[in-house]
Each structure stands twice: as C-alpha cells, then as structure tokens.
Ligand binder design. Structure first.
Ligand SMILES: *[C@@H]1O[C@H](CO)[C@@H](O)[C@H](O)[C@H]1NC(C)=O
Ligand SMILES: *[C@@H]1O[C@H](CO)[C@@H](O)[C@H](O)[C@H]1NC(C)=O
Ligand SMILES: *[C@@H]1O[C@H](CO)[C@@H](O)[C@H](O)[C@H]1NC(C)=O
Ligand SMILES: *[C@@H]1O[C@H](CO)[C@@H](O)[C@H](O)[C@H]1NC(C)=O
Ligand SMILES: *[C@@H]1O[C@H](CO)[C@@H](O)[C@H](O)[C@H]1NC(C)=O
Length: 504
C-alpha cells in the first residue's frame, strides 16, 4: 500500500512537470511587456483649469451626486494633472515597461470640436508623454475612456452618428501632436461597458435609459468611429509614425452551470466579445446576435431588429481594423438558458441568463467575483475564434476597500497571471503584454472612492492627495525585477503595521 502511494505521488509529480513544462517556473517569456494603467477622468482632477470644457462625467457627477455611492466626483481625484511627474517617477521606480493613460477630449478640445485646440490641454499630454519617454517608459495612449464633451452628449452622444466624424477629427489632432512618441494607440475603451451602462442604465454617464436600443446604437457608432480612425491613421500617419491602433474590450469569461451546455457559453461569448470583435475581424456582427436580436425584437413587436445593420461599404471599412487584441478582464459569469423560452417567452436578447457562483471569493465590487480559471478559458476562446491574434491584456486587477495590507490583491494577481502564463506557454495563446489596473487608487465611476483598484493608496480626504505604497506595490516591484511571479506573502505582519487614520 505504502509503495503504491509513493508510486502515485511520483507519477503525479512527473505528470505535473510535463503538463506544465516551464509554466511551473512562472517566468514571463523574454520580450513580454508589463505595464500599468489609468484613465483621465479617474485620476487627473483639474476639471475646470485653463480652458477645459465640461465632459459627461463632470456633468453627471455634479448633477447626480445621488447616483454616486459616496456622492463624490473627479474634480480633484488623484490630482495627476499636477502630479504627473510624481506618477511617472513611481511607475519607473516600480519597474513597469509602459504606462497606459487616456486623454480627456474636452481638455484638448474645449468646444468639443476641432475648431479650438487648447494649448494648455494639449501641452499637458505632451508633457506627460515626454516625461515617460525621458524615463524609458513607453506611452500607450487611449484616445477615449468614457469622458466625451457634454456638448456632444447634448446632441445624443454615442447614439448620434455624427459623433463618428467628430471623433476622427479629435483623434487626428492627437496623432499629429503625439504620434512621434506614441506608437501604441487605443481608440476607445470598453464600448461594451459604457454603451450598456450609459445608454440603457444609470450606472455610467450619460445615464440615459433607452432600453433595448441604446447600447446597440452606441456600439454601432463606436465601431464606425474606431474603424474610420484606423483608416485615417493608415492614410495619414502609419507610414511616418509606424504605430499600432486597436480598440479595448471589457471581456468577461463564461462557464455553463451545466458542463455539457456549450451553446450557452458560446452565445454568451458572442454577445459580449463577438459584438465588437466579430465586426473587426470578419466585417459584421456574429450570426447568433443577428438572428437572436431579430427574433426577440419581432416578439416585442418591433418592425425591424433593434440591432442595426452595416452597409457593405461599412463592412469593408470595419473589417480588419484591429492591429492587436486589447482585453480588459476581471471576472467570470455562470450561464444557462433562460427557462422562460420553453414557455415561448423571449425576455433576453441572448436567451442566456448570466449569474455568479456566490461561492467564489467576493471583491469590493458587486459585479466582481474571483474565478482565475475563467481567464484561461477566455484567452483560449479568443485564440480559437480569431485565429490567435496578438493579445494585449490592457487591464486586470482587484477591488477592495483600500487597505494597505492588500494580501487578497496579491493573491488575485498571482492566480490570474498564472492562468495567463499557462494559456500562453502550454496552450500557445499569443499574449504579448499584461497591464496592471491600476497604478493608483482612483475615482471608480458610480462607486466613487468606495472601491479601490490601486496598488498605491491615495489619500483622497486630504488636499495633498499623497500616495502610499500598498503591499501589492512592493510585490510588483519584485515580480518586475525578477520577471517571474513571486509567492504570495502570508498575512502575519498585518497586526504589526500601523493603521492609517482612514483604516481605523
Ligand atoms: C473649479 O471648481 C472648483 C470646485 O471643484 C471651484 O472651487 C473653483 O472655483 C472652480 N474654478 C473656476 C476657475 O471655475
Ligand atoms: C508642461 O511643462 C512645462 C515645462 O516644465 C511647464 O511650464 C508647464 O506648466 C507644463 N504644462 C502642463 C499643462 O502641465
Ligand atoms: C445538461 O445539458 C445537456 C445537453 O444540453 C442536457 O442533455 C442535460 O439534460 C442537461 N442537464 C441538466 C441537469 O439540465
Ligand atoms: C474580411 O477580411 C478578410 C481578410 O481580408 C476577408 O477574407 C473577408 O472576406 C472579409 N470579410 C468580409 C465580410 O468582407
Ligand atoms: C504629503 O506629503 C508631503 C511631502 O512628503 C508632506 O509634506 C505632507 O505633510 C503630506 N501630507 C499629509 C496630509 O500627510
């Protein structure tokens, strides 16, 4: 019996070694890039300096504080408009290869349009970019991260197709001004998130509830704006600047409650990832989206599908406009078919109910439960669906209530990145880069400052907005210097640490 156990143990050890090959070492491959990220409205503050115009988040938080958990706003946030040199020094000190930041449209174009360029506004981004380059950190720039000018929203924002040309004109100014230094561009961040939460709900600006219609119209115009910008870069800048342009999608992963139900998983992926990515790689929306939205629209009495259609001209413009695949990933959903459909009732466009396994560890965000294997599932799905494109993980991170001893955040990074490394090394997923969200605690949209994603604490209750390292920042410093995942520290020192006033 004893020998049997020893044999089994040895056998398992061999199998583990073979199946994980050098994954067991948990090293990053050479050339793999690791960076960190932020977004303009979440960190900059300085909402009304110089000639900056009002954007939808200024407007939303000032007019609807009751819709923000703590009633607060991004007027000051991390003060990064004034502290960008400190931010860059921090990023350099930790050892990141690149910094993904976004540009505030209404800071650069105070009227919202290309007739007036703010000298100060543009100078801020020139300064930030120059500071990064001078410190050997690559700037990765998001052109739009949810804060469009309020004047454009007054005309329908992303539901008005005219935004396409306004967006292209704005992007051209940025390519012209920054394109000599910036070689990696992201047109738009997470359309799947702001189109739904902002045009069919009230958790994101502009908070217009246009049920069943708003998000598809928004997504349609986002794809057009992205693709036209990509084509404009091709025609006017690519040759001289040699950069890459992509869009960033917020992608959940999906696991069926019934393990043989592959159809619900596939449909859920198509309605989330495929909605934006299928047009970019194949010219049009996924077949299952077209049929399902048409079916449910008809059931609801609409004369035509609520999912808009692309003309052949637009299909040609949109098809093939993603130089790399930008993925923001946080969490996984459980899926199963809507039982109401067996009774002939069509309530959900996808026909799939998304839920959460409440046995998974919770975070500070109500939508966010920890399930590391989901990350691998997502990466393999992208590999198979889009012919293994180069993938940049443009965001991944963990929310808590702000403690400096953020052991759970370190565990999250360890477990998720391990899944990513297995997908990369064992399964051949073409992942080129990984981005930590976020460098600083910041204004977490409708959650205000109640949910913290930073590896650095920011003292929002004091005008100095001082930064303090969390445990996870020190962990990242080691990971970056060794280019290898480091073990998760055990929570023994917690009691010995001095608590900050806000922690007591
Ligand atoms: C800018 O906004 C702040 C509130 O955040 C206000 O106190 C200040 O007076 C405003 N400044 C200008 C120039 O309007
Ligand atoms: C940009 O940098 C220059 C030189 O350091 C400085 O004078 C100016 O205030 C900065 N502008 C902004 C908007 O940060
Ligand atoms: C699981 O899905 C399979 C295939 O769709 C089906 O045959 C089976 O009845 C399902 N099981 C349960 C418990 O719903
Ligand atoms: C999209 O582009 C690919 C690659 O160029 C091409 O094979 C495919 O036919 C195009 N799809 C459509 C719908 O035009
Ligand atoms: C913030 O940091 C500065 C510089 O280290 C220090 O002088 C100041 O006292 C700090 N403010 C607070 C509120 O801790």
């Amino acid at each position: 019996m004893k020998h049997y156990f020893i044999a089994v143990t040895i056998f398992c050890a061999i199998i583990t070694r073979i199946s994980c090959c050098d994954v067991v070492k948990l090293t990053f491959p050479s050339g793999f890039r690791i960076g960190t990220a932020s977004a303009s409205y979440q960190v900059e503050g300085a909402w009304n300096v110089s000639d900056k115009g009002e954007n939808v988040w200024d407007h939303w938080t000032h007019n609807h504080p009751e819709l923000i958990t703590d009633g607060r706003n991004g007027d000051v946030a991390c003060n990064s408009y004034y502290k960008y040199k400190e931010d860059v020094a921090l990023i350099k000190n930790i050892g990141f290869d690149y910094y993904r930041f976004s540009i505030s449209w209404s800071r650069v174009l105070p009227t919202g349009f290309a007739n007036v360029i703010s000298e100060d506004g543009l100078q801020y981004y020139k300064n930030l970019t120059a500071e990064l380059v001078a410190n050997g950190i690559e700037p990765v720039v998001t052109i739009y991260h949810w804060d469009h000018p309020q004047v454009i929203e007054n005309m329908g924002g992303w539901t008005n197709e005219l935004i396409v040309d306004w967006f292209v004109a704005y992007a051209r100014i940025l390519f012209e001004a920054l394109g000599d230094s910036v070689k990696r561009w992201i047109t738009i961040n997470e359309p799947d998130t702001f189109c739904e939460a902002g045009y069919e709900g009230t958790t994101k600006a502009p908070g217009k509830v246009i049920s069943g219609i708003g998000k598809y119209l928004c997504g349609h115009n986002v794809l057009k704006a992205h693709a036209k910008t990509y084509r404009m870069y091709d025609e006017e800048f690519r040759e001289s600047q040699q950069g890459e342009v992509s869009i960033v999608l917020a992608l959940a992963s999906y696991v069926a409650t019934n393990s043989s139900d592959t159809e619900s998983v596939e449909t859920a992926f198509q309605f989330n990832c495929g909605w934006m990515a299928h047009p970019l790689y194949f010219g049009d929306y996924p077949e299952v989206m077209k049929t399902r939205v048409a079916l449910v629209s008809e059931y609801q009495g609409y004369p035509r599908s609520r999912l808009p259609e692309f003309s052949d001209e637009w299909i040609a413009i949109i098809n093939g406009t993603n130089d790399y695949f930008g993925v923001n990933h946080y969490s996984t959903n459980l899926v199963y078919p809507d039982p109401a459909e067996e009774l002939g009732v069509y309530r959900i466009d996808s026909g799939v109910i998304r839920t959460i396994d409440f046995s998974w560890p919770a975070t500070a965000s109500n939508w966010f439960y920890v399930y590391p294997p989901g990350f691998g599932v997502l990466l393999r799905w992208i590999r198979d669906e889009y012919n293994n494109p180069p993938v940049w993980i443009t965001e991944n991170g963990y929310s808590d209530s702000g403690q400096l001893d953020d052991y759970e955040r370190i565990s999250y990074y360890y477990d998720y990145i391990k899944e990513m490394l297995i997908a990369l090394k064992r399964d051949g997923c073409n992942v080129e880069a990984y981005t930590v969200w976020s460098i600083l605690d910041n204004f977490e949209w409708h959650a205000g400052y109640t949910e913290r994603f930073g590896i650095t604490h920011v003292e929002f209750d004091d005008a100095d907005t001082n930064r303090t390292a969390k445990l996870s920042q020190n962990w990242w410093m080691k990971v970056l210097s060794k280019r290898k995942l480091q073990s998760v520290p055990t929570n023994t020192a917690a009691a010995a640490r001095t608590l900050l006033p806000w922690q007591k």
